[in-house]
Ligand binder design. Structure first.
Ligand SMILES: Cc1ncc(COP(=O)(O)O)c(C=O)c1O
Length: 376
């Protein structure tokens, strides 16, 4: 069976996790700090705050900004449902925007018409690793005094106009779920250039406690901590961070390999009139977190039939990105919303296998089967 993805682990993760176990310090501690520093160095963001997932990172960012039940947050519907859920988690209303039909990212021209007196923030998503059009989004945000919390869950390693993802907007959130370029099993991180926010986020993720466990542990005087705010337990463990530190050493070669596999897919599908490969605008670099194609509606085969035939051939694929506004969780409360570009894209797209260890033989088989099925 050819899987959709595979994490890239070797002895280095095992060694670092073993060291953490031997140290006896397994909760959030020095390894989390080391992982945060590596992500700062890599992305150019000044501060990084690790969390348990991108979902908790996004939630904490909105909470930090004081987004509340009176507020609206503009989000693309064409995203994993966590993007809009986090607005609901802080009691706000997600306002769904349509996407650009080529990049599949939020369409900046749609954002402006959705802005009301209640709008407080925009959550652009770098969908499957392709950066959102941050220049245009930040310009709109500045004009209307809105916050920008970038959902960069998929985008570690991607580059927008010469700058790595993670250093735009007010806050950017990463995910380390196994479908991402590097993984810690589960995990997330908030990136920001704002020192005060970073300090508040560290307190919020740690039950609102005024002092970190490491600082208390190192002190030779007894310390009475205080709890200035109501916080959460969103701590990443040092075991997870050890995996992250080992993964960071591999990130450059993971990106090179993913790009070369994506290029092979592009070449194979460039002349097809049924399989449309992804579009990457000039001056954008994607990390190819996923390789998503569009199947042009045709008389020979539907997208779901193609996915089933590939599964029968031993090839895993996944539906393209969901449309959150069509899910019962939202239709129940928000009624019918029409987003034509999103609805078409969610029906016509599918994700193909792409992983570091994928051999040319495996990829050639995937390509051959797809081209054969769409022809016959
Ligand atoms: C765009 C986007 N946002 C948020 C998330 C949530 O990430 P996590 O699983 O780390 O909470 C995902 C996960 O797939 C995602 O793709």
């Amino acid at each position: 069976m050819i899987p959709i993805t595979k994490p890239v682990f070797d002895k280095s993760e095992e060694r670092l996790v073993a060291k953490v176990l031997q140290s006896g310090w397994v909760t959030q501690g020095p390894k989390v700090a080391e992982f945060e520093n590596l992500i700062c160095e890599y992305t150019g963001a000044k501060y990084a705050v690790a969390t348990t997932s991108a979902t908790t990172a996004l939630f904490l960012s909105l909470h930090l900004l004081g987004i509340d039940p009176a507020d609206e947050v503009i989000v693309p519907s064409f995203s994993f449902i966590a993007t809009s859920n986090v607005a609901v988690h802080v009691g706000a209303t997600p306002i769904f925007a349509d996407i650009d039909p080529r990049t599949y990212n939020i369409d900046p021209t749609q954002i402006e018409r959705l802005i009301t007196k209640k709008t407080r923030a925009i959550i652009p998503v770098d969908q499957i690793g392709l950066p959102a059009d941050m220049d245009k989004i930040l310009k709109i945000a500045k004009k209307y005094k809105l916050h920008v919390v970038e959902d960069a869950a998929c985008a570690l390693g991607s580059v927008y106009k010469g700058r790595k993802i993670g250093s735009f907007g007010d806050l950017a959130c990463l995910s380390f779920h196994p479908r991402k370029t590097i993984t810690t099993g589960e995990g997330g991180m908030i990136l920001t250039n704002n020192k005060t926010w970073a300090e508040k986020l560290r307190i919020l993720r740690h039950q609102g406690m005024s002092i970190s466990d490491v600082a208390r542990h190192k002190s030779n005087k007894i310390i009475q901590e205080s709890y200035p705010v109501i916080g959460y337990n969103f701590r990443m463990s040092d075991l997870q961070a050890a995996v992250g530190v080992a993964q960071m050493a591999k990130l450059p070669k993971i990106l090179v390999r993913r790009a070369s596999l994506a290029e092979r897919y592009n070449k194979a599908f460039n002349n097809s009139d049924i399989i449309i490969p992804p579009y990457v605008p000039e001056n954008y670099v994607t990390n190819w977190q996923s390789y998503m194609v569009r199947l042009v509606p045709n008389k020979k085969i539907t997208r779901n039939e193609l996915m089933q035939r590939l599964l029968d051939d031993g090839i895993s694929t996944r539906l393209g990105i969901m449309a959150a506004h069509l899910e019962p969780a939202y239709t129940k409360t928000m009624g019918k919303i029409f987003l034509p570009v999103t609805e078409k894209a969610t029906k016509e797209t599918m994700i193909l296998p792409l992983y570091f260890q994928m051999t040319k033989l495996e990829q050639d088989y995937v390509i051959k089967q797809i081209l054969q099925h769409v022809k016959s």
